[in-house]
Design a protein around this ligand. Structure first.
Ligand SMILES: Nc1ncnc2c1ncn2[C@@H]1O[C@H](COP(=O)(O)OP(=O)(O)OP(=O)(O)O)[C@@H](O)[C@H]1O
Length: 255
């Protein structure tokens, strides 16, 4: 579904060139959930922006559903760290925004918006304005807005990092539920090893800048997953430790 081939990104700045990504290749299958982890500044957001068509790679090629990315596309949804809702539009009108931009059938879109808001527990909040909601609720609205256009691919850039730990854990559970239901193809950038092992089929570890593909860790554990006592804490713990070591040790001393 997503093909990233030999992608490099160099930013030319007045202070000199910044090499953000070097020769990254990755294939993401239809319905697969791939998490990307790596040190701050290793190019995770850059990679997502390239797949989203928000910027062009210095070299290499990216395809989604077999077609090269040349700019933003309707079949690619994006969710950022902050909800970025329009403050003057109600919850439902925020969710409907992409369907207006892409001129989708209004009635159909409204039905889908209600369904999605219901799914994330925001039933009854449709007419509220964003400032009347908590941060977690706003991010749920943002998730609905990303899903309304039924994208083939959902790109998520640290979507829960601005939330408190418990709300973040709640949303991780919800996203897992949505993923089990819809099996979307997701590329998910996170700093949280816990989130990565709970959500992903595979975790891609990038090396410190310039980001290169260091290792891919398969998370071969049945869903729903949980770090709680009744969950898969032992198996997930081993993978967490492995990822932690990959992130914390320089390549040359890693086993
Ligand atoms: N538009 C830009 N112009 C110049 N340099 C940039 C630009 N965007 C990113 N960079 C640089 O490229 C490198 C990678 O940035 P990027 O935001 O992709 O990393 P990241 O892994 O997402 O970081 P973090 O985890 O801190 O969010 C950084 O050194 C950053 O300063």
């Amino acid at each position: 579904m997503i093909g990233i081939r030999n992608v490099s990104q160099i930013y030319r700045t007045r202070a000199g060139d910044v090499e953000a990504l070097r020769d990254v290749s990755l294939e993401v299958a239809d319905g697969e959930f791939v998490a990307i982890v790596g040190r701050s500044g290793c190019g995770k957001s850059s990679l997502l922006r390239l797949v989203a068509g928000l910027q062009e790679a210095t070299s290499g090629e990216i395809t989604v559903a077999g077609t090269p990315i040349r700019g933003p596309r309707r079949d690619i949804g994006f969710m950022f760290q902050r909800p970025a809702l329009l403050p003057w539009r109600s919850v439902i009108d925020n969710v409907l925004l992409p369907t207006e931009v892409f001129r989708q059938d209004r009635r159909d879109a409204r039905n889908r918006a209600h369904e999605l808001l219901d799914l994330v527990g925001l039933n009854g909040f449709e007419k509220r304005l964003p400032h009347e909601l908590s941060g977690g609720m706003q991010q749920r609205v943002s998730l609905c807005r990303a899903l309304i256009q039924q994208p083939r691919v959902l790109l998520m850039d640290e979507p829960f990092s601005a939330l408190d730990a418990l709300t973040r854990a709640d949303l991780t559970v919800e996203l897992q539920r949505l993923q089990m239901k819809h099996a979307s193809t997701v590329l998910f950038v996170t700093h949280s090893v816990d989130e990565a092992v709970l959500l992903a089929d595979r975790v891609v570890v990038l090396s410190p800048r310039p980001g290169r593909l260091r290792q891919i860790v398969d998370i071969d554990i049945a869903r729903p997953r949980s770090l709680g006592r009744d969950g898969h804490s032992a198996e997930l713990g081993v993978l967490r430790a492995q990822l932690h070591d990959l992130l914390m040790t320089p390549e040359e001393v890693a086993r």
